[in-house]
Write a protein that binds this ligand. Sequence first.
Ligand code: AHR
Length: 506
Amino acid sequence: MEADRPVTVHVDPAFEVAPVRRRTFGSFVEHMGRCVYTGIYDPDHPTADQHGLRGDVRDLVREQGVTVVRYPGGNFVSGYQWEDGVGPKDQRPTRLDPAWHSIETNAFGLDEFVTWAESAGVEPMLAVNLGTRGPREAMDLLEYANHPGGTRLSDLRRAHGRQQPYGIRMWCLGNEMDGPWQIGHQTADEYGRRAAETARAMRMIDPGLELVACGSSGPDMPTFASWEAKVLEHTYDQVDFVSAHLYHEEHDGDLASFLASSVGMDRFIDDIVATCDYVRAKTRSTKRMSVSFDEWNVWYMRDFLATGVPTEWVQAPPLSEDDYTVADAVVVGSSLISLLRHSDRVTVACQAQLVNTIGAIRAERGGPAWRQTIFYPFAYTARYARGTVLRVHADAPVLDTPRYGEVPALDVVATHDADADALAIFAVNRSQQEHLALDVDLRAFPGYQLVERCELHDEDVRAANTSARPDRVRPRVVSGAVVDQGRLALRLPPVSWTMLRFAPIR
Ligand code: AHR
C-alpha cells in the first residue's frame, strides 16, 4: 500500500477571484438524439404535462441546479429554420436534419422550449443560425421572441398564445463556425464579418442583448487562437462573449491524463483570455471580453465517430448515450473547479448536454429518469458554491501525465458567502494510487466548523449507474473530521471528488 501524501491547503477570504456566477451552472439542449424527443419532451410519458413536457426530467433538472440552458444547437442550428418549429403542430413541416442525419418533426420548437424553461426555472439562451442564414433571419427570430407586439412576427407569437415577449438576453451568433463539419462552415474573416453585422442588426432591435461570438471548437483545432483573434477583430465592439467548447475523453487507456483534463481546460481558458486581451490592446478598447464556455463535458466522441450517425433517416435515434463512470464524475467535478477558478473571465458555462445525449440525466423512453454519476458533482457545486470564489493555495505533490506533463495531484477551489457565513471547498484527488492527507488551514476563518463532508469515490473507478442500478454510484457523507484550532485533517481517497462545507459555531 502506498503511503499517504501530505498536502497543506491554505484558505483565506483575502484570496478573492470573482463572484460566483450563477450562469456557471448552465446546460445545453440540442435537437440531437433523444435530448429533446423522449428526453425533455414526450407527450406519451406518464409524467408529461399538458404541453408534453416530462415532469420527472424537469424535477431532476431542478435538483441538478441548472441555471441557464442553451438551445437549439449545436451543429443542428446551422441548418435549422426556426419558423418550422412554431405555430399549430399539425401544420409544422417534417424536415431532414443533416447535422445528425435525423428526421425532425418540429413538434418541439421555440415556444415549447420557453415553456419548458419557465417551468424548469432556467434562463433560456438561444443560438441563431449563421451557417445557412444571416442577419435577416436572426432579426426575425428576435422580433418573434422579444418584441412586445404590433409587428408581423411579434403578433404571430401572440397568435400562437404567447402574449408576453420572452425577453431572452443571451444569444449565440452561430455555432462552431470554425469546424469543417459545420453546415455553412466559414473562414474567420467570413464569419467575423457575418457575426459583426448580425450583432449590429440585433442590437438595433434590442440594445440590451448579451451576444456570444463563436470561438474555436476546441484547443486542438488547427486555427485555434488565430480564429479568436480574427473573429474578435471584426466583432470586439459588438459582442460580450467569445465561446469555448471542450469535451474530455480518455485516450487509449491513459487514465492519468484523463483525470488531469481540467489542466487542459485551465490552459485553454488562459489562452483564450490572452487572445481576447491581445485584441483589446490592438483595438484600443477598454472593454473586457468574457468567455461563454457553452459546451463542455466528458464525451466518448471516439465511440461516436466510430459508430457514426445512423445511415437511415430516423426520428430521435439514441446518439451518444454515454454511461458515465466514477472517473468521469471526478473529471466533471474538476472541470467545475476550473470554471469556478476562472470566474473572473468565464461568466457563462453550459454542460453539454442535459439529458440522454452526453447527458447528466438519463431518461428511458416511456420509463424512469435517473441520475448519471456526473450529475452529482454538478448538483452539489451548483447548490453550495455561493458568494465569492477563493483561490486556494496548496503545496500538492505532482503526478506525471503523458498529455499534460506534471500536474498537481490535488485540484481545489473554495467559495465564501460572507452574508450567509458559509464556506465551501471543492477538491479532487487525481492520483490513482495515493490518498492525499490534507491539512486544511482555516485560521483565516475563526470559529468555522465542518458542517458536511461529502465524497464521491468507489474502489471501481469504472462503476456507473444503470437502468437496473440507478443508485450504484452516489456521493456519501463522511463523518468524523473536526476543525481543531483552525486546522482540519482529512484523507482524500484516490480518484475522488469531495465537497466540504463549513459555518461558524454559534
Ligand atoms: O454537443 C454535441 C455537439 O458537439 C454540438 O452539436 C456541437 O456544437 C459540438 O461539436
